[in-house]
Write a protein that binds this ligand. Structure first.
Ligand SMILES: Cc1cc2nc3c(=O)[nH]c(=O)nc-3n(C[C@H](O)[C@H](O)[C@H](O)COP(=O)(O)O)c2cc1C
Length: 144
């Protein structure tokens, strides 16, 4: 069975709403999903998963600080060839998703989904459908 780990952070809840819909899409495709906020996540668990999916909103043209620190922890484990994907809510510029995707691709040498999923503010009905579709896409990519 496809196993996917989602690690995310949110300040005002929008990225969490995206996370829930991405998770739904993954589960529709039969994936087993474990999702954790950054404070509860352990990079040593990643070896048990086929894909690692990261979620962070954009604040001040940057990642939320906890995600920035978490990426340095991720550098300590071997993620080469694992599927990676990123999502996040934003207001106007939305740099966080590209930053996570680029780091997974260039530093961890993961097999990433490009572009990642950027949703403006709180996902509406169309936005939630995009999130589910992104989840389905991740599951399909793992299956190859
Ligand atoms: C102080 C502050 C700074 C922000 N800076 C940015 C920014 O630089 N670029 C951007 O696209 N959105 C920015 N936003 C908007 C947030 O990304 C947006 O509200 C998002 O939905 C928050 O996601 P969350 O609910 O998961 O925390 C900012 C919001 C606040 C309150």
């Amino acid at each position: 069975m496809t196993r996917v780990m989602i690690v995310y952070e949110t300040r005002s809840g929008n990225t969490e709403k995206i996370k829930k819909a991405v998770e739904e899409g993954l589960k529709e495709k039969g994936a087993e999903v474990v999702s954790k906020k950054i404070k509860d996540a352990n990079v040593n668990d990643f070896s048990n998963f086929d894909a690692v999916v990261l979620g962070s909103p954009t604040y001040h043209h940057d990642l939320i600080p906890a995600m920035k620190r978490f990426l340095f922890k991720m550098e300590q484990v071997d993620l080469k060839g694992k599927v990676g994907a990123a999502f996040g809510s934003f207001g106007w510029s939305g740099e966080s998703v590209g930053m996570m995707t680029d780091t997974m691709k260039h530093i961890f040498e993961m097999d990433v989904i490009e572009p990642g999923l950027r949703i403006k503010r709180k996902p509406d009905k169309d936005g939630l459908e995009k999130c589910k579709e992104f989840g389905r896409k991740i599951a399909e990519m793992v299956k190859g």
